[in-house]
Design a protein around this ligand. Structure first.
Ligand SMILES: *Cc1c(COP(=O)(O)O)cnc(C)c1O
Length: 422
């Protein structure tokens, strides 16, 4: 067995035999490494929150919780996922622009901190908390006036459904007084995702801390929490480079330290999704047919964009390939260009375009898409053509464990209701 035909130390042929394909494999050791790399270097006043959105698998969440991560959730199911994974309420924050009464009530009953995204939501939180005879723990999400560069998805300095405009907060005088059942704990801002520049992340963080300080002063909020977002990137495409965590913390820590010296009681928070889980995952598909069409080679596999929409290109119209490789055997054949496609009836179902794979690629081979631990099946149209969710396996201490079973015909049809029209 060579390094290139194993995942997390387990031979791919064994994984495929046991769990079938298409399959997501998450290497717990990689998740652990990523968490520790940052934790060991990051300023101790900064708490690391795992954004479940990136990979909401309950065992992935439990693993990160066991390492010490808190949880940031954005739906009732994510909240219950974090709770069942063992994360205590005081270590959970709930964020999202369209929270329901049910979600707000669940947070209030469980004393989960709410990251509030609008004045309307704040009024509803106050009303619901009063009805429940409790005090809501609220962090205000701010849409800053400044814009930032360096992210695939820019927040700040733009009209957005997220957060409350900085200018609107600065126009408020007695926000706390008008919401007696709310305890304003601090501020949050999230400036985008896929940042790959250490300097940009440090600069954004400094600006958010400065913003929180100004808003805290203006609104007389005791800063219990300042959440500086995150958006730490993962290099996927040619020409991109992973963040250097030592360089990042070298630039970030002085920023945190200066703030911490002025506000020793304030808990600082970083939200981390992609950074923690992105590298750990491989999407493995089995080639069913190989064919040629008008001079191009196609490997038609049993899974595609229905499980891995991100491979189509994240926030970019130019299709770029994730790192891909042959997983089940070593091949000495010359690499040639292949289009790796899935089972959907659309030409867009291409997870690798002109990607270099061995010339002798053949039916039965297993092809892997690396760096696929974040925004995988959960962010893909898994129900398209009724193929359903793939199986997910988490390798922990060398032992592969099924952490989500594959959908089948019965599970796919279970929620549908057949009426008799005869
Ligand atoms: C999506 C999201 C995250 C996680 O982002 P990553 O880029 O995956 O780290 C964190 N916070 C907020 C507000 C988000 O919307």
């Amino acid at each position: 067995m060579s390094e290139s035909t194993a995942l997390g130390g387990v031979p791919v042929t064994e994984l495929v035999e046991r769990f079938g394909t298409p399959l997501y494999v998450y290497d717990g050791a990689t998740i652990t490494d990523r968490y520790r790399q940052l934790r060991e270097r990051l300023h101790p006043a900064v708490r690391m929150f795992y954004s479940l959105k990136a990979n909401p698998n309950i065992s992935v969440c439990a693993l990160l919780h066991s390492l010490g991560a808190s949880a940031e959730v954005s739906s009732l199911t994510e909240l219950v996922t974090a709770e069942r994974a063992g994360v205590p309420a005081e270590d959970i924050m709930f964020l999202g622009p369209g929270k329901s009464r049910t979600e707000l009530t669940a947070c209030l009953k469980g004393e989960v901190t709410l990251i509030c995204e609008s004045f309307g939501e704040l009024a509803l939180i106050d009303e619901l908390a009063a009805e429940l005879g409790t005090t809501a723990r609220v962090v205000l999400r701010v849409n800053p006036s400044f814009a930032v560069k360096g992210s695939g998805l820019t927040m700040g300095g733009k009209p957005r459904q997220f957060g409350i405009d900085e200018t609107a907060l600065l126009a408020e005088s007695d926000l706390a007084g008008r919401h007696p059942s709310v305890r304003l704990r601090g501020f949050q801002a999230y400036l985008g995702t896929r940042f790959l520049s250490e300097a940009m992340i440090a600069e954004n963080t400094a600006r958010i801390l400065d913003l929180a300080e100004r808003l805290g002063r203006h609104l007389a909020v005791d800063l219990e929490v300042v959440d500086v977002g995150g958006g730490l990137g993962v290099a996927y495409f040619a020409g991109e480079q992973d963040l250097d965590i030592a360089a990042l913390t070298d630039q970030l820590n002085p920023v945190f330290a200066a703030f911490h010296a002025r506000h020793p009681q304030t808990a600082l928070v970083m939200e981390l999704g992609r950074y923690l889980v992105g590298h750990s995952g491989t999407y493995a598909v089995q080639v069913r047919y190989v064919k040629e069409s008008m001079g191009e080679r196609f490997a038609v596999a049993d899974g595609g964009t229905n499980h891995h929409m991100a491979a189509v290109g994240i926030g970019s119209f130019v299709k770029r390939n994730f790192p891909m490789r042959l997983l089940n055997r070593d091949s000495t054949a010359e690499p040639v260009k292949w289009n790796v496609t899935g089972p959907l009836c659309t030409p867009n179902d291409t997870i690798g375009k002109a990607v270099e794979l061995p010339g002798d690629l053949r039916p039965g081979d297993v092809v892997g898409v690396d760096r696929s631990g974040a925004y995988g099946p959960t962010a893909s149209p898994v129900h398209f053509l009724s193929h359903g969710y793939p199986a997910e396996v988490l390798i922990h201490q060398g032992e592969p464990r099924l952490v989500r079973s594959r959908d089948d015909v019965e599970s796919m049809l279970a929620a549908q209701i057949l009426h008799d029209f005869r």
